[in-house]
Design a protein around this ligand. Structure first.
Ligand SMILES: Cc1cc2nc3c(=O)[nH]c(=O)nc-3n(C[C@H](O)[C@H](O)[C@H](O)COP(=O)(O)OP(=O)(O)OC[C@H]3O[C@@H](n4cnc5c(N)ncnc54)[C@H](O)[C@@H]3O)c2cc1C
Ligand code: FES
Ligand code: FES
Length: 471
């Protein structure tokens, strides 16, 4: 039994946990404002809000319902466009009208939901952040400038939002219907029902085959939608033990179900990586960042997985847990990938967390990515570098690159070459020369082999330009 709140109603359903939330909303609840565009997380027409109770406050994030398995709605408040409508237009809807931000209207519910999600954000609004909030929404007819103008006008209004009670302020100012103020109480009722359902589920678990592991679903629901839709996956997304980001005796621990947005919001990660903002905005779009997990990114073993590349350059270790015995084993992330889409995971194991030595002032780190589009696109080539410095000398180097081999590639020879070298104007070219012997790009839709070699070369230079601007 899956229990959640859809708009202002408590839902309890026996639907399969792999059912796309989109289908449940449209075909079971007949709420047709949530549109079907691509079913691949690319267009944002199906965007809804996912709310969770944190302490006494509701926190909302936008998600694409086509890739969200129903099981991940468990214990949450899901808001479709119908759940935002009142007798009059909300300030978000009015801004879209005022700035001519809609024509055929097909994409408009998705934009309204994303912008309302931005309004609920606890961080202060800014032009950059409000535009980023619609990075997952595509419009085929209006043209983005009018939508951007609408977004910026909303951002201006949000400057007055009360940071102590954002939801109360948004209800008062018509952004959200009145029923939102009663949601925390409903969530408590739901939690009691969910607890009973969980107990029933535990009794069932011995007889019920959970067919495969599922995090946010943003990879698997694109690759195998028909299989997931009729399945009972082993849901990892909301497991509390997989959600930690913490410091432990000089190491940073990141749980497998931490999302890209969780990483971005983490004060610890922000402290460790000064350019975290720039790196995060290179990954996917806001709803995909809200859903996609570290575990899914690493375990799908895609050669261009951004987080895999990021954490390879920190010489991270992964911790694998056997689900039956609870036992752990660990290995370096660079030894985890066995071949194209193959990992060292054994049957019954999950990636539980990874850890890396927390970079101090002596560590320089940088991530670069080039893709065909600025947002909502996977990399043609991505790369990250971690350098431990003693004065001008590199005492340890960890360099990783994606899109140029069957796996997210740790550049062993290039890293060894850089270790012990003094930084000079010639060093990037020498390192890029070694790197060229380690990679094996193929021509595909993201570029020819020649283009990717050239790109990889320029990105190695880019690391040094960013880290040593005076060389
Ligand atoms: C529109 C769009 C844009 C995207 N853009 C990017 C991008 O810019 N950069 C990028 O790197 N990726 C991108 N992706 C890919 C994807 O979003 C990420 O790889 C994401 O991190 C996958 O995480 P998930 O939790 O959604 O994975 P899921 O789909 O839940 O799982 C992926 C695989 O990992 C396994 N798995 C999940 N968690 C665990 C675990 N803890 N232990 C063992 N196995 C596990 C699952 O069984 C499955 O095989 C994009 C996807 C979409 C749809
Ligand atoms: S239908 Fe396109 S993102 Fe869901
Ligand atoms: S208004 Fe037609 S797709 Fe956006």
């Amino acid at each position: 039994m899956i229990s959640f709140i859809l708009n202002d109603l408590i839902i309890q359903t026996d639907e399969k946990s792999g059912t796309p939330l989109l289908d449940f909303i449209r075909y079971r609840k007949h709420l047709r404002g949530t549109r079907i565009g691509c079913r691949e997380g690319d267009c944002g027409a199906c965007t809804v809000l996912e709310g969770r109770l944190e302490g006494t406050t509701m926190v909302y994030r936008s998600v694409v319902s086509c890739l969200m398995p129903l099981g991940n709605a468990q214990g949450k408040h899901i808001v479709s466009i119908e759940g935002l409508n009142t007798e009059i237009l909300s300030p978000v809807q009015q801004a879209i009208v005022d700035h001519d931000g809609t024509q055929c209207g097909f994409c408009t519910p998705g934009f309204v939901v994303s912008l309302t999600g931005h309004a609920t954000d606890q961080q202060p609004s800014s032009p950059h952040r409000v535009i980023a909030s619609v990075s997952g929404n595509i419009c085929r007819c209006t043209g983005y400038k009018s939508i951007e103008r609408a977004a910026i006008s909303i951002s201006n209004v949000l400057k007055d939002k009360d940071p102590a009670d954002p939801i109360g302020w948004l209800v008062q100012h018509g952004f959200l219907p009145d029923y939102f103020t009663g949601i925390p109480e409903k969530m408590h009722t739901l939690q009691k029902k969910a607890l009973r359902a969980r107990m029933a589920r535990t009794l069932l678990a011995a007889t019920q085959e959970e067919q495969f592991l599922l995090g946010g679903g943003t990879d698997l629901m694109v690759q195998k939608p028909e299989v997931v839709a009729v399945s009972v996956p082993h849901m990892l997304f909301d497991r509390a033990d997989l959600k930690q980001i913490s410091a432990d005796q000089g190491d940073c621990i990141v749980g497998a179900s931490v999302t890209v947005t969780d990483l971005h919001a983490s004060p610890l990660m922000q402290k460790l990586f000064k350019r975290l903002d720039d790196y995060v905005y290179l990954i996917a779009s806001e709803p995909i960042r809200n859903m996609g997990t570290l575990g899914g990114n690493i375990c799908n073993a895609s050669p261009i997985a951004d987080l895999a590349i990021f954490f390879l350059a920190l010489n991270s270790k992964v911790y694998l847990q056997d689900q039956f015995s609870g036992n752990f084993r660990s290995m370096f992330l660079k030894d985890f990938f066995n071949g194209y889409k193959q990992t060292a995971l054994k049957p019954g194991e999950i990636l539980h967390h990874l850890s890396f030595s927390m970079p101090g002032d002596d560590i320089l780190f940088h991530f670069e990515k080039v893709s065909k589009r600025n947002t909502l696109d996977i990399a043609s080539v991505n790369t990250a570098i971690g350098l431990k410095m003693q004065g001008n000398t590199i005492s340890e180097a960890n360099l990783a690159i994606g899109g140029v081999a069957p796996i997210p590639l740790f550049l062993k020879k290039t890293s060894e070459f850089l270790t012990g070298k003094s930084v000079s104007a010639q060093l990037p070219a020498q390192a890029a020369h070694i790197m060229d012997t380690e990679i094996a790009p193929i021509s595909d839709i993201r570029g020819s082999e020649k283009y990717k070699r050239l790109l990889a070369n320029r990105l190695i230079h880019a690391h040094f330009v960013k880290l040593f601007p005076k060389q």
